[in-house]
Design a protein around this ligand. Structure first.
Ligand code: GLC
Length: 585
């Protein structure tokens, strides 16, 4: 950013900060979930406490869940903020992590693991821009994306939120931030978030501090050198691109919770790397710092957190932080640094000039242009792992096709977690095209396409080719942590019967590589499709040769979960398909 703009921003921040009371400053550092408001916590609290930010957690949507309903909701909250003494606008955050996935009818793009397979930074930028337009069509101004996690162990439930196991991919696809943020403050631009700082993808199996999880929120037990080499580079790339915010990881580094890690949050992120935006906590995350609440608050703020995603008991947080400041446990200078950073981003993104929503991009929301970008992303994300006897590309003329498998005709399974709800859900969850519908739309009128989810041997006979779409049902975060990930029983049956009766193409729709070692020899062709999102047509485009395969594995495809974690530089590296592998026609 050129010096003059920088100087102008600094002046505006200084002028406003000088007018603020301690209460108003602490209010700006407080983020509340929209569901926090009720009879005890009226929305007028936004005005009375001068809250700096609100959010919609995964699946937290207004009645109707339409862009209009969202704009109305956000504007009502904004009205409260603007009626405070200083009228500082609030910033509204959402997890738009593969499109504006909370909202019905939004374009849902492939999850990051699929984008990692494309190795296409310009495509990531286009996706960022399309997503930003759809987010701004709902009145929100901030997305908690991209996740720049470098997944080291596919047993992690957030593997699909990672661009891959090598930091170079996330560093390169951090270009999505340029799409989100564009020329900050111009229409259709939103604040982006580099998350989760740092090492969230490197936790050790079995170290999760959450009793229901295995790896997520666990301990990243690596040297500083390895942390800097494998997990830090994507954040450097994000800072170079002017990322507005950084969200801290639930995980620990060598036993210390990241939310209390002053060296990494302040000395490294803010000082050494020169990060000028603001640091936000994760959901309830400061309460994972060992100690009582007052200790957790002062430790997190003194470590360098600037805004706290409380997200419900905002009064308790505000009162506790104020008491810690008045007791001299949190320096006023730390408060001023935090508030200055928050105000700077609100000025930079024009929130003071344009605090209310606009329907400027209402037509683009879930529209043809964005879905075309998503379809291209699906095409480029597919990885061809096997193509024996050139069974692919398929002939679309006068052909008899059997489609099988649990993920052939299930939009919810192909969009995965973080879609409409936090955990995602099988079934028709939004507007889109399933893989089966895409196949049907591709073959000619003299062809037949039958769908049987789990066909018997008899039902599998009499076709030119069988396409078996297998995979996972949706999950998010540690709920998706797994000790092992074989094919589901019904998918095993479908593969056995279809591949036993005819030429077969197996497509894996999942958030991570699945263990197929025991059946891979039966398959004539094998394709990794990851979590493609709403534009399932993109799969048929490539199966029938309208596009070539382009994808390369962004993560090791193991022979067995017991091999994990498995990395390409390991001495005994012995995958089913190695990192970077991918065939073409
Ligand atoms: C979640 C996730 C984080 C998300 C936040 C808000 O727990 O860890 O990625 O942005 O809460 O939904």
């Amino acid at each position: 950013m050129e010096a003059s703009l920088e100087a102008k921003l600094d002046r505006r921040v200084r002028d406003l900060l000088a007018q603020m009371t301690l209460d108003e400053k602490i209010g700006q550092m407080t983020q509340a979930e929209r569901l926090a408001f009720n009879d005890q916590n009226p929305v007028t609290d936004i005005r009375d406490y001068g809250l700096g930010s609100l959010l919609s957690g995964g699946g937290s949507t207004p009645a109707g869940n339409t862009p209009e309903a969202w704009r109305k909701m956000v504007d009502e909250f904004q009205k409260q903020a603007l009626s405070s003494r200083l009228g500082i606008p609030l910033v509204y955050g959402v997890d738009a992590v593969h499109g504006h996935n909370n909202v019905y009818g939004a374009t849902v793009f492939p999850h990051n693991i699929g984008l990692g397979a494309t190795r296409n930074p310009n495509l990531a930028r286009l996706i960022g821009r399309a997503t930003a337009e759809e987010v701004s069509a709902t009145g929100a101004q901030w997305t908690f994306s991209p996740c720049l996690c470098v997944a080291q162990d596919e047993r992690w439930g957030r593997t699909y939120e990672s661009f891959g196991e090598e930091p170079e991919i996330a560093s390169s696809l951090a270009s999505i931030i340029d799409g989100y943020q564009g020329n900050p403050g111009r229409p259709g631009t939103v604040l982006a978030t580099a998350k989760h700082f740092v090492g969230d993808g490197g936790t050790k199996f079995g170290t999760s501090t959450n009793p229901n999880y295995l790896l997520d929120q666990g301990d990243t037990q690596v040297s500083e050198e390895e942390l800097r080499e494998r997990h830090l580079p994507p954040f450097k790339a994000a800072i170079k691109r002017g990322v507005s915010t950084v969200m801290v990881s639930y995980s620990s580094w060598n036993g210390t919770k990241m939310h209390g890690q002053k060296y990494l949050l302040t000395d490294v992120l803010k000082k050494e790397l020169g990060f000028k935006g603001f640091i936000i906590s994760d959901w309830h995350a400061i309460e994972q710092i060992p100690g009582d609440y007052a200790y957790q608050v002062r430790t997190g703020i003194n470590a360098g957190l600037d805004m706290i995603m409380v997200p419900f008991e905002y009064k308790k947080f505000i009162a506790t932080l104020k008491a810690e400041v008045l007791a001299g446990n949190v320096p006023q200078s730390r408060i001023d640094d935090a508030v200055s950073r928050i105000l700077r981003e609100k000025f930079r993104f024009g929130l003071f000039e344009h605090p209310y929503s606009s329907d400027r991009y209402a037509d683009e929301f879930g529209g043809k242009a964005h879905r075309a970008v998503a379809r291209k992303a699906v095409q480029e994300s597919l990885v061809l792992l096997k193509n024996e006897g050139g069974v692919l590309p398929l002939d679309a003329h006068r052909t008899r096709v059997l489609v099988a498998g649990t993920n052939a005709d299930d939009l919810g399974n192909q969009t995965g977690g973080w879609t409409i709800t936090w955990q995602g859900k099988s079934g028709k969850n939004t507007v889109g095209t399933t893989i089966l519908e895409g196949i049907r739309q591709t073959v000619d009128t003299r062809s037949t396409v039958d769908y049987v989810k789990t066909p018997t041997a008899e039902q599998s006979a009499g076709y030119d080719v069988g396409i078996v779409v297998v995979g996972e049902t949706p999950y998010a975060e540690g709920v998706g942590d797994r000790k092992d990930f074989p094919l589901k029983a019904e998918d095993q049956t479908a593969v056995d019967n279809v591949c036993g009766a005819t030429k077969c193409v197996v497509i894996v729709v999942s958030g991570r590589p699945l263990i197929v070692t025991d059946r891979v020899n039966k398959m004539n062709a094998l394709v990794a499709a990851w979590l493609p999102g709403t534009e399932g047509q993109g799969v048929a485009d490539v199966l029938f040769g309208h596009r070539n395969f382009k994808g390369k594995l962004p993560i090791t495809w193991p022979k067995a979960a017991a091999q994990l974690p498995s990395h390409k530089d390991d001495a005994g590296y012995d995958p089913l398909f190695p990192y970077g592998f991918g065939l073409k026609y």
